[in-house]
Design a protein around this ligand. Structure first.
Ligand SMILES: NC(=O)c1ccc[n+]([C@@H]2O[C@H](COP(=O)([O-])OP(=O)(O)OC[C@H]3O[C@@H](n4cnc5c(N)ncnc54)[C@H](OP(=O)(O)O)[C@@H]3O)[C@@H](O)[C@H]2O)c1
Length: 225
């Protein structure tokens, strides 16, 4: 499948690398290809400059948000949640219409610790994206764990822990679910329509607290029936 991963941070890189490993045709989207490739700045969490990662992944192409989305069958939103709507606007509604957008973003305010959720209770980032791009098919998924676990759930012992999906369009959810199965996910819980993203996004404060308590980001939630 042709997948556009919008986002050059650790989540975008990790998903893009894994998708390429699984033989998908992957393009990473960024605001400005030239400046992203020229930047020697480390990423937010001390990751190497993007160009270093790109050099190690020659099978992944790098394009503007719009060019990446235009060529894709499925788009992953892995941009900073505070600017996701802008990034998707840069990608262009015409390049998103009719396509699944797998939204993995969290809209957090990092000005203090722990970070605070900006959208909550009676709305969610995923719903905002769906409202802004009504012709696209937003599926919320993968925002409830760290990037390495998202892309390769089997790295955690047992491997049968849980990922949530929700969205209004059943075929788009099927496409997203197939992608998740490809990563190795087996316990995929469909929470319902896109309004269920409120709950999925509001898990973040608990996740952050757990990371503090456990001293690692290598963990996940498991729903036991
Ligand atoms: N990191 C994780 O383990 C993890 C886990 C769960 C969910 N998430 C979510 O995944 C998303 C990505 O996280 P991340 O840590 O990989 O990266 P990030 O630093 O949150 O986001 C990086 C991306 O945001 C884009 N961006 C920044 N400012 C922008 C602006 N003004 N307009 C348009 N785009 C802009 C950047 O564009 P350029 O490429 O042009 O710089 C870059 O592609 C976040 O929403 C995060 O909450 C991350």
């Amino acid at each position: 499948m042709r997948v556009a991963v919008l986002g050059t941070g650790i989540a975008g890189r990790t998903l893009a690398g894994r998708l390429a490993e699984l033989d998908h045709d992957v393009s990473v989207g960024t605001r400005d290809v030239e400046s992203t490739m020229a930047s020697s700045q480390p990423g937010r969490f001390g990751s190497p400059p993007f160009a270093v990662w790109a050099g190690q992944h020659p099978q992944v192409s790098v394009a503007t948000f719009a060019d990446a989305a235009r060529q894709a069958d499925l788009v992953i939103n892995a941009t900073d949640g505070s600017v996701s709507l802008k990034a998707l606007q840069d990608a262009g509604a015409e390049n998103l219409n009719g396509k699944p957008i797998v939204d993995i973003a969290n809209h957090l305010d990092y000005s203090g610790f722990p970070p605070r959720l900006i959208v909550r209770d009676d709305d969610s980032l995923a719903e905002q994206i769906q409202r802004t791009f009504p012709e696209s098919k937003v599926v919320k998924a993968l925002n409830t764990m760290n990037a390495a676990v998202m892309a390769n759930p089997k790295q955690l012992a047992g491997g049968d822990h849980t990922v949530f999906v929700c969205g209004n369009d059943a075929p788009a959810k099927t496409v997203a679910t197939d992608l998740l199965r490809g990563f190795g996910w087996t316990d995929i819980v469909d929470l319902g329509d896109i309004s269920a993203a409120r709950g999925a996004e509001m898990i973040m404060p608990l996740w952050i607290q757990l990371m503090q308590s456990l001293g690692t980001a290598a963990f996940n939630f498991k729903i036991v029936r």
